[in-house]
Design a protein. Sequence first.
Length: 264
Amino acid sequence: MKLIDALGVEHRRLAGDETPRIVSLVPSLTELLCDLGLADALVGRTGFCIHPAETVRGIAKVGGTKDVNIEKIRRLAPTHLVVNIDENEKPTVEALAAFVPVVIVTHPLDPRDNPGLYRLLGGIFGADDAAARLCAAFEQEYAALAALPPAPASRVLYCIWQDPWMTVSRDTYIARMLALAGMRQWQAPDEQRRYPVFTWSDALAGEIDEVLLSSEPYRFTEAHVDAIERQTGKPARLVDGEMMSWYGSRAIAGLRYLRELRRE
């Protein structure tokens, strides 16, 4: 199997005597690399890479997903850099590519992209067996979700930020996760932006059945739920943002979480 990343770059498998030094600038992929058994190869991660907590505590922080400390990464002398098109800044990645030998670019847009992601990273770093186990677990959860009786179509507004209020476009991983649970994300007027800003109005409320308030990146609370329900007259609830937006190995638990949403 060819190991091709999101930019179409073909990567080679590491030889058995090669020891990788990986910097991951993507929280969900840091978790995936650990679940592939590659924690010992991780020499750098962002401050947002918080799972698995006990494991990442011993891995050096190199800044955030956007504000990366380039010189600190240089001192770590990585052989591989793992990044994402949405989460990391292109100029930063280009600057790092000047001294990191291998840059692996990812861009999953659909839950079905996850098995390919497992095989890509597992193949590059010699963790094919672990990748196969994750693929099997993913397919099992995906089949269990698909086997549920069809849910009534529901129009939802998924909120990720306040001041200004922000949502997600339909061309996002989150929107496609929602679709698996029978939920159709509201289409913002500024849909060409992946994370549109919106304003509450009676017209908007008339276009939705429910409001979903994510736990990240903005930490909404039950107080926000009550305020939105009073303002819109529509039901609102808190949802786990990690389960809805983290790809990689977290997506397996995310599919189980979707089943619970469907049952509700």
